[in-house]
Design a protein around this ligand. Structure first.
Ligand code: SF4
Ligand code: SF4
Length: 365
């Protein structure tokens, strides 16, 4: 059974939230985590443009300050998205990060996109999963000496909820990895958006794309599902086949998370921010009203126990009037919001992969 450390948001004269967060990080082991000169990846989600529920950059600044005090060299990082939005490539991603306060001037450390300009810079981490044998994780994340993961806990349209395991499994995957997670098959062509620029055909490693009537056409017999054409297309003409919902997606995300967990065994600290707990994830360009009150900040070296403890506290909290969960009386609020998804399956499957979700909750005053 592992310790999970939790602080609520009560503060007052002589005890600011910043002080309290510093104590939480210390008790959870941040001081002992990083040594002098070590490169520490602080995995964040800077929030899609238009979303305001993402984790405030000031929390990242405090983590940076503590790590620098240990002599470490922290950097902020995230991977690009599959879909075209404000974080689809490193240029747009950096601009969004700056807009949301995630850059050296405010957070005290540079923001480096983990999987490079178009999301293709990745390394393969081994995992003995049912679906995945090599998890394709953003290169800068794999190359870091240590990892601190800051995750916003909220609802998610495919996983039911998103916390640390989802941030590890989906949030750290490079674009080819995300394609594997989301579709497990091939890109979806949208010929009405294709302008015939041929960038996708030039990037396809197996020459599976031909031009016909000035439109790109994929040969699905040849396609290996690498995702390079999705990354290459600036016009949104190569999409994702969102056909991997349900158990298979949750299993694949868990397997990616297990690969990362193994890579950083004894070298990582995970932090959940149960604040502004919106029904949908921060990849959307909006955020609906929170479904429960702010629970606080939770940290542990055990990512699955951390998600379990955070979810337990959220489910015990009264649902907020006027929110999407106003009519939910009891049980898992995220399952009530999306009855088609069995979000608790994530815990069952992670345990099969050798992870543990038993915890002892330690409150930080
Ligand atoms: S990169 Fe996009 S717009 Fe260009 S040919 Fe390929 S699908 Fe069409
Ligand atoms: S996913 Fe990869 S292999 Fe398939 S068409 Fe796109 S670039 Fe080619």
């Amino acid at each position: 059974m592992d310790n999970v450390f939790w602080m609520n948001l009560h503060a007052g004269a002589g005890c600011s939230l910043e002080d309290k967060f510093g104590r939480l990080l210390k008790r959870a082991g941040l001081d002992a985590l990083a040594g002098r000169g070590e490169l520490v990846a602080i995995k964040v989600h800077v929030g899609e443009s238009g979303n305001l529920a993402y984790v405030n950059h000031n929390y990242a600044r405090m983590v940076v300050r503590e790590l620098k005090a240990c002599g470490a060299k922290p950097f902020l990082t995230d991977t690009n998205t599959l879909y075209s939005g404000s974080r689809h490539n490193a240029v747009d991603h950096n601009e969004t990060a700056v807009m949301h306060g995630y850059f050296s001037g405010t957070a005290g450390a540079p923001f480096i996109v983990a999987d490079g300009l178009r999301g293709l810079d990745c390394e393969e981490l081994p995992v003995n999963g049912q679906h995945v044998k090599k998890a394709r994780i953003g290169g800068a994340l794999c190359q870091a000496d240590k990892l601190v993961m800051l995750s916003h806990f909220k609802g998610h349209c495919e996983m039911g909820f998103g916390g640390t395991i989802k941030n590890m499994g989906m949030g750290c995957a490079a674009v080819p990895g995300k394609l594997e997670l989301h579709s497990g098959s091939n890109p979806l062509q949208k010929p009405e958006k294709c302008v015939g620029c041929q960038q996708c055909a030039r990037r396809c490693p197996v020459h599976a794309i031909a031009m016909k009537d000035k439109k790109a056409v994929i040969n699905y017999t040849t396609c290996i599902g690498c995702g390079q054409c999705i990354a290459a297309c600036n016009y949104g003409a190569m999409g994702i086949q969102w056909d991997s919902h349900g158990e298979a997606l949750i299993e694949k995300v868990a397997e990616y998370a297990a690969a990362l967990h193994e890579r950083f065994a004894g070298k990582a600290l995970y932090v959940n921010f149960a604040l502004s707990i919106s029904p949908d994830c921060d990849c959307w360009d909006y955020n609906d009203a929170p479904v429960v009150q702010d629970i606080g900040i939770v940290a542990s070296a055990n990512p699955l126990a951390l998600d379990r403890a955070t979810l337990d506290m959220i489910n015990k909290a009264p649902k907020l009037a006027g929110s999407a969960a106003a009519e939910v009386k009891s049980g898992n609020v995220f399952d009530a919001l999306r009855p088609e998804i069995k979000s608790g399956y994530m815990f069952d499957y992670c345990r099969k992969l050798g992870m543990e979700d038993k915890y002892e909750l330690v409150e930080i005053k």
